[in-house]
Design a protein around this ligand. Structure first.
Ligand code: MRU
Length: 348
């Protein structure tokens, strides 16, 4: 499994996901603004990976702050945190990570600035390690939902590359495989960034898990032909009522799954659940540059004066979600209570 992101001395390096599978190349971040650019330009993407990147970027930004007093340091760090929060709007893991890092600073008012800087770096390392462990737990919790011999449809990339490692939806798939289940995966291509076709296919191929890629518009037909047994996706944000924001196209997959009586599972860590947002309509959906649709590589594929819409995510109402798989257990409807329980109980 190639690492998604790591510290490299004082710098941070992330695998440039825009180039996979043609090239495996590091994108080096020498300052926190490089991390913000990396997130905005899709060098690193996927909700948990964005959270990890934000934490590391904040630690890197903190290390460059010149301040002799806690008050000045805190003020400057808050400014960096504010910039980081604006990098991408939908994945709540970014806000979660920034709040965890700034929360740590609030507990260290009596400590020298250098101590706070090294504590922030350690915290970012911990967030990365924890993320991998959480994904393994999620995989373990979710794999029992995968029957032996199943063909699983997934959308976008919710794999190792979208997280600190191991993956959420692909984590469940990996765990099923580790439990000797013979499974096959079908990956939606996932226009316009092709995360399914490029990243999910790459990850699964590398591990010898059988994978086929389909055009996004083929999923319904395959379901109707009973060639898909279940769907597992990740999430960018889950509202308090269980509505799920995920990569554009997820909603239509969920509706098709329901129509075809196929279970639709969402695998996501608690850091993706946002209990402050009552329902999916209140989740901010990122609208990206129309150029991402207008061009295919260098080729212009949309007539020049035609307007393009490019919402990057959609909302799947909770009623289409068969279960949500988390590191603390699997919850089923009604989600409002289930989600409350996740945040109060140690383990379901
Ligand atoms: O635009 P992206 O590639 O950041 O979108 C990613 C997704 O929608 C993933 O499904 C989601 O972040 C879950 S990743 C574990």
């Amino acid at each position: 499994m190639i690492p998604t992101i790591e510290w490299h001395g004082k710098h941070i390096r992330m695998i440039d996901q825009r180039k996979i599978p043609s090239k495996i190349e590091w994108f080096i971040c020498r300052g926190y603004k490089d991390v913000i650019r990396g997130i905005q330009r899709m060098v690193i993407r996927g909700a948990p990976a964005i959270g990890v990147a934000a934490a590391m970027g904040l630690a890197m930004g903190a290390s460059s702050i010149r301040a002799n007093s806690y008050a000045v340091f805190r003020k400057k760090l808050k400014k960096i945190a504010g910039e980081m929060l604006l990098a991408r709007p939908t994945a709540v893991n970014l806000r979660w990570a920034v709040e965890r890092m700034t929360g740590l600073v609030e507990t260290m008012a009596a400590r020298p600035v250098d101590d706070i800087k090294s504590a922030l770096r350690k915290e970012s390392e911990k967030i990365l390690e924890e993320d991998i462990e959480i994904n393994r737990q999620m995989g373990n919790n979710g794999q029992s939902l995968v029957p032996d011999g199943a063909t699983i449809l997934t959308h976008c990339n919710a794999g190792s590359l979208a997280t600190g490692g191991y993956g959420t939806a692909l984590g469940v798939i990996r765990a099923a495989r580790e439990n000797s289940k013979k499974i096959k995966v079908i990956a939606d291509e996932t226009r316009p960034w092709l995360q399914g076709l490029r990243l999910t296919a790459f990850e699964l191929m590398e591990e010898g898990i059988p994978v086929s890629v389909i055009a996004d518009n083929a999923a319904g037909s395959l379901m109707r032909q009973k060639r898909i047994d279940l769907v597992i996706t990740g999430a960018d944000r889950i509202a308090a009522n269980g509505d799920v924001a995920n990569k554009i196209g997820t909603y239509q997959v969920a509706v098709l799954a329901r129509t075809n009586k196929i279970p639709f599972y969402v695998a996501a860590p608690l850091s993706t659940i946002d209990p402050t947002v009552k329902n999916g309509d209140l989740i901010p959906v990122e609208e990206r540059d129309p150029e991402e649709i207008r061009r295919f590589g260098r080729l212009e594929i949309v007539p020049a004066r035609v307007h393009v819409l490019n919402p990057a995510f959609d909302i799947t109402p909770a009623r289409y979600v068969t279960a949500i798989i988390t590191e603390k257990g699997v919850i089923t409807p009604p989600y409002r209570q289930g989600i409350k329980n996740l945040f109060t109980s140690a383990r379901l």
